[in-house]
Design a binder for this molecule. Structure first.
Ligand SMILES: [Zn+2]
Ligand SMILES: [Zn+2]
Length: 275
């Protein structure tokens, strides 16, 4: 092979790509090439991608997303207890913000890149710090699809332990809908004001959804302002981090909540609604 032949320049023009995942993966490639050309010491998520030739931005399995959306609609529509529904909605509005903060603390941890199971999610998550606009550039179905595996795991625990009852479907419906709202809210903080739907801006102005400036604090300092649904639990997360900074505590908390939070919600509802 003739080493004088220059490698073809990488086409990184956005308009050259039909799928934004492909464009973002090209940006990843260029970022790594620049770092190695300049002899830069790569941070763990970049070194891992360089060593494993991993595609950071993935096309997600859309039928699963459509199935979850249908499950949300069914779970909410089939309940005959509007008071319990309202209670779950308000409770989860605050809880899922907290859970998103715990998840974010765990997946931002550079030491977890090498762990089994959560290593790849950590890598993909941490690239968001390099390309914050990724979440507003990819299709919403892909951004929701980033939760596919997490929701599958949660569903196995939830339906496996609680069965296919009306309460279980309601908890799943509200929980997953707010999980998708969480992704949407984060996406909106990285969407240019002119491109944001008016309703999203209205919700941000009333702090019902995460205020962009509050989230941008995290992009300036990766150690603060973790939650992304509404940000109301960021003070709590920060206090907890001050008391227990150990990453493995947060990993254990994340695993525990992932497996049993929705199960606990069903048990609480069944206890109080039948008491
Ligand atoms: Zn982060
Ligand atoms: Zn962000």
């Amino acid at each position: 092979m003739n080493s004088d032949v220059a490698a073809p320049a990488i086409d990184s023009r956005k308009e050259s790509y039909a799928d934004m995942n492909d464009w973002l993966n090209v940006l990843v490639e260029k970022r790594i090439a620049k770092a190695s050309a300049e002899g830069e010491l790569l941070p763990p998520e970049m070194a891992w991608v360089a060593a494993n030739e991993h595609q950071v931005y993935q096309k997600r399995f859309k039928p699963m997303v459509l199935f979850v959306l249908a499950l949300c609609a069914y779970g909410i529509a089939q309940t005959t207890q509007p008071l319990a529904l309202a209670l779950v909605f308000v409770g989860f509005y605050f809880y899922i913000d907290f859970y998103s903060g715990v998840l974010h603390v765990v997946l931002d941890n550079p030491r977890f890149v090498k762990l089994p199971l959560i290593g790849v999610p950590c890598v993909e998550f941490q690239w968001h710090h390099t390309f914050p606009y990724d979440i507003s550039t990819r299709r919403l179905l892909d951004v929701w699809g980033d939760l596919n595996v997490l929701l599958l795991v949660k569903s196995i625990f939830l339906f496996g332990i609680c069965g296919f009852t009306t309460t279980t479907f309601m908890v799943a419906g509200v929980g997953y809908a707010l999980g998708y709202a969480n992704q949407f809210s984060h996406r909106m903080t990285h969407t240019a004001p002119g491109k944001r739907p008016k309703l999203a801006t209205w919700l941000q102005q009333r702090r019902i959804l995460l205020v962009p400036a509050i989230h941008h604090v995290h992009h300036n300092n990766h150690g603060v302002s973790f939650p992304v649904l509404n940000g109301h639990s960021r003070g709590l997360i920060q206090r907890m981090l001050g008391i227990v900074p150990n990453g493995y505590f947060w990993l254990a908390l994340f695993v525990l909540l992932t497996a049993f939070d929705l199960v606990a919600a069903v048990w609480l509802l069944e206890y109080f609604c039948t008491a």
